[in-house]
Design a protein around this ligand. Structure first.
Ligand SMILES: [Zn+2]
Length: 460
């Protein structure tokens, strides 16, 4: 039995159904789960761990729904800086093909460190390339060592260049082996229980790197075990053309054909979707991981996120891989989601009065997407808000800092409108992963040196 008490928070934003924001707020966590949330006056006097958060704003931990941790090794690669998706991929595949198992472990820690310092307590990663003996196990071990909740995707590529796919044949895998390894990973690591630290997801990479047969077989296997399905979809116009030429369908119709629409599926991006397709997402419960920075970086387009929310689609937030962002800052991503949605509204000629019913995404809507929205996308009801019975996952930011100065009349909105800040405390299930602004499970400077050495070797 262990207990954790938060008291005196200047503002505690719950993101519960009532959207309660509690002044002088507190939280009481027992064995990883929230037992009480409310004003400090209603909290017990003591606990095994007591954290006084006077002068701080407290939010549920942010949840990242799409990433490729390994790409932290290939940020800002010169030859891939100014390319669109297909050219960017063709440049990077051969570099990624040099990775070793230790690269997976080291890059995972780097990404988790960045995420934790930006308020993230749960993340999904999409690992789809396994060169030189690399395995998803290397990433899962890093997640456990670090202490963040991880939805590790067993990604895959099976449609090589010689079969009409985009990736070189040297990086694709045998389909029987992909399925065998997926089953092994689910049986070994997947924990579906409340408070789970590790879940396994099946995630064929994209329509242009996977056969229809493997899409169908992955869906069958995932449903046999009750695990989630994930892939990239409708990211670029190139992909749309590819699907029409090779499969005779637009991307979403192709997903329908291979049994990939449902409440256990979420798609990264969905930039190029029409009203009928958005409606299909809503009707089937299929989720979307919105990745605004990556969509801007690769000039992919602007995903119609407000429309998706209006139609009732589950939308979460993702930073995407670090070769197309090139940052894992969750608060930075929340900010870009709000700003990009506003740019889209302006380009569509919306009236910008700032009154109720305004087509402008609000700071709170953007934060809700990164908490409740992301939790729903990952199929979890035990994280995403600060409510009795949910996991004790939260982060806290000291309000007395330059970036937020002059914005304390609305500290919650300040976290989105002002330049992105780092978390002073990030807690997962009542355990610190960031304390007083420092990571508790990683010695950062030596780690950065090791990470840079490994990145250098890949590019040599
Ligand atoms: Zn991606």
């Amino acid at each position: 039995m262990s207990t954790f008490l938060v008291r005196n928070a200047s503002l505690l934003a719950t993101f519960d159904d009532q959207e309660r924001e509690i002044a002088d707020g507190g939280l009481f966590v027992r064995d990883g789960f929230i037992e009480l949330v409310g004003p400090t006056a209603e909290m017990p006097d003591s606990a095994d761990e007591v954290l006084d958060l006077a002068g701080h704003v407290v939010l549920p931990g942010l949840i990242n729904t799409h990433h490729h941790f390994y790409q932290t090794l290939t940020r800002a690669v010169p030859a891939a800086q100014d390319a669109n998706l297909f050219n960017w991929l063709v440049t990077l595949y051969p570099i990624w093909a040099r990775m070793q198992p230790e690269d997976i472990y080291v890059s995972t820690i780097t990404a988790l460190a960045e995420l934790a310092l930006s308020g993230c307590t749960a993340a999904s990663d999409h690992l789809y390339i396994f060169p030189n003996g690399s395995r998803l196990d290397d990433q899962i071990q890093a997640g456990l060592d670090f202490g963040m909740r991880l939805h590790a995707s067993r990604g895959s590529m099976s449609l090589g260049e010689s079969q009409g796919g985009l990736p070189p044949d040297s990086v694709v895998e045998d389909e029987d082996f992909i399925l065998e390894d997926s089953q092994r990973l689910i049986e070994q690591y997947h924990d579906p229980n409340p408070g789970s630290m590790t879940q396994v997801v099946l995630a064929p990479c994209s329509p242009f790197s996977i056969t229809g047969d493997l899409m169908k077989a992955s869906a069958n296997l995932a449903r046999e075990y009750g695990v989630q399905l994930h892939t990239h979809l409708a990211e670029t116009e190139d992909e749309e053309q590819f699907c029409i030429e090779l499969f005779g369908h637009r991307p979403v119709a192709y997903m329908d054909q291979v049994n990939w629409l449902g409440s256990d599926v979420w798609f990264a991006h969905s930039v190029h979707v029409n009203n009928d397709e958005i409606n299909q997402y809503a009707l089937t419960g299929s989720g979307v991981a919105h990745c605004p920075n990556s969509n801007m970086r690769l000039a992919s387009g602007i995903a119609p996120i407000l429309k998706m929310l209006t139609f009732g689609v589950k939308v979460g937030l993702g930073v995407d891989g670090s070769a197309s962002n090139d940052s894992s800052h969750m608060l930075g991503e929340v900010r870009q989601a709000m700003l990009l949605s506003r740019l889209a509204a302006g380009l569509e000629g919306a009236s910008l009065s700032g009154e109720d019913g305004s087509p402008l995404m609000t700071a709170r809507q953007a934060l809700r997407m990164a908490t409740r929205g992301s939790a729903a996308v990952l199929g979890r009801d035990d994280i995403g808000s600060l409510e009795v019975g949910k996991c004790g996952d939260f982060f806290a930011v000291n309000l007395q800092q330059l970036n937020l100065s002059g914005a304390l009349h609305d500290p919650l909105a300040a976290l989105v409108f002002c330049a992105p800040v780092t978390a002073d405390y990030t807690v997962v299930g009542g355990r610190f992963i960031v304390k007083e602004g420092h990571l508790t499970t990683v010695d950062l400077q030596p780690h950065i040196e090791k990470h840079n050495e490994r990145a250098k070797r890949l590019l040599e």
